[in-house]
Every structure is written in structure tokens, then in C-alpha cells.
Ligand binder design. Sequence first.
Ligand SMILES: O=P(O)(O)OC[C@H]1O[C@@H](O)[C@H](O)[C@@H]1O
Length: 254
Amino acid sequence: MVSAAQLLRRGVRSISAGALGLIYPPTCAGCGAATADPHALCPRCWSSLRLIEQPYCQRLGTPFPVDLGIGPLLSPRAIADPPVFGRARAVALYDDVARDLVHRLKYEDRLDLAAPMARMMAAAGAELLREADCLVPVPLHWTRLWRRRFNQAALLGRGIGRIASLPCETSLLARVKATRSQVGLSRAARATNLQGAFRVPASAKPRLQGRRILLIDDVTTTGSTANAASRVLLRGGAASVDVLTFALVAAEAG
Ligand SMILES: O=P(O)(O)OC[C@H]1O[C@@H](O)[C@H](O)[C@@H]1O
């Protein structure tokens, strides 16, 4: 039963949203063109987003070019070099629209994009969310957090947590090494760069024991970050670690 106060609050909210819409007409989260709904993608950007759909590798979440109809399947990389985490899923391939969204969120302070991106991630990761106890965003080292002022993975994690009714735990994993940016590094260099980068703080260990973790990040490229973080979480007592990102560089992730 909806109370009079709740109805009033909803009314005020929709009037304010309407007034704001007149001052700031809603624009596409991808290209900035006019849209009907705030924080939505326009039809052109939506159709350019290369969503990852079945069939994909059951471990790495990388799409297969053809459906052999005999799933569940593993990619050659997942067989030759199995990841530390259980399963990874992502919304879209990291090109055009997906790259623009990630860049705007991360480098242009478009924090408003976190909510629509989290909605897409919650849909793409529904299977993993059903089997998770909590979300752990990939942490930033404090120096990078200080410079950027926000952790994009934590913003996404909080948004997904609200949708899936799961706690987003930002203190179970710490980034203790100020690693250089992964951008432009080779696969081997990325893995080396992340050695010793993460730690489960001693005070967090009791809260990690036996929990099924869903690690959240903006992008998976080679999977080095996800592997390094997963290794530390599993050693620290997590029961399992799956990974959910917004975008995936399929050529690198294998
Ligand atoms: O570790 P890989 O998967 O190669 O690269 C992905 C990482 O590189 C960063 O830019 C992303 O934010 C993510 O944390």
C-alpha cells in the first residue's frame, strides 16, 4: 500500500525531473545526441554497441565467432592458460561506444554514466550475481584514487549492488602497490606490473572466509588484473571469485 507521503514524494520527484528535463534535455550517454530518456543510449549508439551474447567461452566470457551448437565450450586460451577466477562476463566488446562510455566515466568525470552502465552489467552478469555473496570492486592505489577522486569500479559495483541487492565491499581488497597504468603494456608486462599489487587487509580476513566474490571492474584486457586480484582473494579465504566488467578486449582476453 502506497502512503500519501510516498505519493507526494513521487509527485515532487517527477515534477523536478520534468523541470530539469526542460533546462537540461536528456542526451545519449554515448554520443551526446538528444534522447527521450536521460542516461539512455540513442538508437544509433545502441545498435553500435557490440553486446557479448552466447556462444561465448564459459570461463573467459570471450565470444566465439560461430555457434558450433555443442556448448558449454572453452576457448583455446582458457584451456591452455586457465584463469585464476572461475568465470568472467562482460557487457560489450571494447570498441567505439563501449570505449567511449568507459573513457567518459573514467577520464572525463562523467559519474552519471555509472548507473546506466551498472544496469547493463547487472543484466550481462545475472548468472554470476545469482551465485555471489558480495561484490568487490577492483581497488585503486590511494595515490591514483587521490588524483582521480573516485574509483570507477566502485561506482559500478555500488550500482550493481543496488540492483542485485548484494553488498558492495570496498574494504576486502586493497591495492598496496602503485602500479603503472596497464595501457600500452604487453600481456607479460601487465602480469609483471601487477605482482604484489593487491592484498587482503588483516582486518578484512574474517569477513572474506567462505564468501563467493564477484569482482567488478570497468574493462578486461588480458585478464591480468582479474587474475592477480582473484589469486589474493582466494588465498585470503574466499570460496570462489567470478569477474564482471563492462567491456572486454576479446582479442587480448582470448
Ligand atoms: O589487467 P588487464 O585485463 O590487462 O587490463 C584491465 C585493467 O586495466 C585498466 O586500464 C582497467 O581499468 C583494468 O583494471
